[in-house]
Design a protein around this ligand. Structure first.
Ligand SMILES: Nc1ncnc2c1ncn2[C@@H]1O[C@H](COP(=O)(O)OP(=O)(O)OP(=O)(O)O)[C@@H](O)[C@H]1O
Ligand SMILES: [Mg+2]
Length: 291
């Protein structure tokens, strides 16, 4: 399902003294199959935008289509859309509430598939838990509170992917995890992207995460999209990002320092590519010096 937003606007508490315009004309296209990153300063409208994609926030200005669903159409099948566009909020583990892991994951399914038989549901829950690398037999009867933080986050993700959404959106999926936990969750999202959900969209403040993982990304600033490109093209514009108050990947920082010393590194800003190219330049220099 392709996502196309044109001139999307949104104001919280309109017609009140507390009115706050969160989106000021967002134009964006996210193709089916992408692993898409959304970055931007705090308050730039990222969460407001992604909550439009499964109609958690109803469209009030501009146009938005997700596949064949036209979200401006009052007759749009919103419940069906929600089962196809899964949303994982920031720190989703805090929203687990059922007595057991199995009941929690099943809750999402019951909401969308009232016609499903108990046995079919159990199978779907088992598959979702296994997809997030949890052992179904081991965790199904446990209280979510008996699990580690990382495991709880996986349960929360299972509760969303259990409906097999075509698009999976995650707001800061790696926030609060240690470096290994971050790496594991990103690997998991790639595995889900390759097998269950055609499109994955992550909102992230971590530029290294964006440059390492995303096929394309958009930069939000003050309720608008100011850049939409591959991470390599976006992080080439590091001066602009810095002037927007944003961080840049550690590779882009190193590239800037090298440039100040007269060394230009052409890189896509992934660690592997950056190190490979710096080593190649080093070898070339060594050869030139030896001659
Ligand atoms: N429930 C709300 N009521 C009123 N204003 C809100 C509400 N949620 C967000 N806003 C305002 O809308 C604007 C955009 O907020 P949003 O949460 O979409 O930004 P964000 O880019 O996700 O920020 P962050 O990086 O901090 O998560 C901000 O000015 C924010 O204060
Ligand atoms: Mg947010």
């Amino acid at each position: 399902m392709r996502i196309v937003a044109k001139g999307l606007t949104y104001t919280y508490n309109p017609k009140s003294p507390f009115a706050s315009q969160a989106l000021k004309g967002v134009d964006i296209v996210i193709e089916e199959g992408e692993f898409f990153g959304i970055i931007g300063h705090t308050g730039s409208g990222k969460s407001t935008f992604v909550q439009h994609l499964n109609a958690l926030i109803r469209l009030t200005g501009g146009s938005l289509t997700v596949g064949d669903y036209d979200l401006a159409d009052k007759k749009c099948k919103f419940l069906e859309l929600r089962s196809k566009v899964g949303m994982v909020f920031q720190y989703p583990e805090y929203q687990l509430f059922a007595e057991t892991v199995e009941k929690d994951v099943m809750f999402g399914l019951k909401n969308f598939h009232k016609e499903m038989k108990e046995e079919e549901m159990r199978t779907a829950v088992r598959e979702a838990l296994e997809r997030v690398d949890l052992n179904y037999e081991e965790v199904k009867d446990k209280s979510p509170f008996e699990l580690s933080g990382g495991q709880r986050r996986r349960v929360a993700i299972a509760g969303v992917i259990v409906t097999r959404p075509e698009i999976l959106i995650l707001d800061e999926p790696a926030a609060g995890l240690d470096p290994l936990g971050k790496k594991e969750i990103m690997q998991l999202l790639h595995a889900i992207h390759g097998s269950w959900c055609k499109t994955v969209i992550i909102v992230s403040h971590d530029m290294d995460e964006i440059s390492e993982n995303c096929t394309r990304a958009a930069v939000f600033s003050e309720g608008k999209v100011v850049m939409e490109d591959t991470p390599a093209a976006i992080f080439c514009r590091s001066d602009e990002l810095v002037s927007l108050g944003l961080d840049i990947p550690v590779t882009a920082k190193c590239a800037r320092l090298l440039k100040e010393r007269g060394i230009e590194v052409q890189t896509d800003f992934t660690c592997d590519d950056f190190i490979g190219r710096v080593l190649a330049l080093w070898k070339e220099r060594g050869k030139a010096d030896a001659q």
